[in-house]
Ligand binder design. Sequence first.
Ligand SMILES: [Ca+2]
Ligand SMILES: [Ca+2]
Ligand SMILES: [Ca+2]
Ligand SMILES: [Ca+2]
Length: 215
Amino acid sequence: MIRVHMLQGIAEFLNGTRAEKDIELRIVVEDENDCAPVLTQTIGAVYEQSNPGMFVTTVVATDADQEGTLHTKIAYSIVKQHPEEMFYINPQTGGLYVMKNALDREKHDTYTLIVKGTDMNGAVDGKSGTGTVTISILDVNDNVPTLESAYYECRVEENVKNVEVVRIQVIDTDLNHTDNWLAVFTIVSGNEAGYFSISTDNKTNEGIVILSKVD
Ligand SMILES: [Ca+2]
Ligand SMILES: [Ca+2]
Ligand SMILES: [Ca+2]
Ligand SMILES: [Ca+2]
């Protein structure tokens, strides 16, 4: 903290009249490193499967001591990563980056880091503050849809049109209710006569087979 004291010097004669103009004395107390860095809450987001070196977010610390001195020169480090080590920090800038190409949203969709800022450029006698970084892992379409069952058998009544014949459940572990998750069904063969149509129930990701035409 920088302290500035304003003093007024008054020179008076014994009878109380001013001998000189008042003198303004400005005394600056030399900065002492008595303030620890304060880290703000940080949030970030990055896509799963991102390459090492991909920028995520920047950690920012403030320090109330004198600017431009070692008392406010912060060095950043990561204290803890949960659930696993996936990121590194640039000690000088506070920039957080992906460490290895192993982020998988289907495994862990959030990481919580404890980061530390130490003044005196990280020296052992520096003062430290810690903060939390929350990183969301964004979805990439890296899972193929699979059918719950490989074989369905169903019967339809003759001459009844526009009835639901069967629902085919699809499993896709990408982010639910996004395009990465929703399946598009097509009938590959067996429908040469065009009796059946298929559409997707976008709430359940089921393919609905409909008998849409009768002879
Ligand atoms: Ca400081
Ligand atoms: Ca994945
Ligand atoms: Ca998918
Ligand atoms: Ca995914």
